[in-house]
Design a protein around this ligand. Structure first.
Ligand code: THU
Length: 148
């Protein structure tokens, strides 16, 4: 799988800002842990999502999954260059968080469809940003290629 293009500092900063803005719309009355995610596509467009919890706790959706579903609904199939995630306890800009296992798999689908290995930017409140390729977070991923 090809690596996604490297994105510059301005694009990184604006993607992180989009994730932080999306976090503001999180519906997290049960965990009080709010998360925003922003997906950057090769054409420069950005699709965001927030976590959406449910009174039946196990049905809650993570921010990254909501963003991926929104992108798919908008017709996106591949072209995922980078993902920014910002989250933590409500009202707190805490430690950088990385996507959960399920979200790594969901993100992989959108990357794999276009042959990209997206950069994952996990933004903390103290300005610390952890950067990893999705293939590092989810090595030997199962994907659409296996299904022919
Ligand atoms: N959550 C996300 O939205 N993304 C992550 O990467 C980790 C966890 C959400 C799920 C749940 O609503 C809350 O954070 C606490 O787990």
């Amino acid at each position: 799988m090809n690596n996604a293009p490297v994105i510059d500092e301005t694009a990184r900063a604006s993607l992180i800002a989009a994730a932080r803005a999306a976090r503001e719309t999180a519906y997290a009355p049960y965990s009080h842990f709010t998360v925003g995610a922003a997906l950057l596509f090769a054409d420069g467009s950005v699709v965001t999502g927030c976590n959406v919890e449910n009174a039946s706790y196990g049905l809650s959706l993570c921010a990254e999954t909501v963003a991926c579903a929104s992108a798919a609904h908008a017709g996106r199939r591949g072209g995922l260059v980078a993902v920014a995630v910002a989250g933590g306890p409500e009202g707190v800009d805490g430690e950088p968080i990385t996507p959960c296992g399920r979200c790594r798999q969901v993100l992989h689908e959108q990357g794999a469809l276009g042959g990209t290995d997206p950069l994952v930017l996990s933004a903390g409140g103290d300005g610390i940003v952890i950067e990893e390729r999705l293939s590092f977070l989810l090595p030997r991923a199962f994907g659409p290629a296996y299904l022919g």
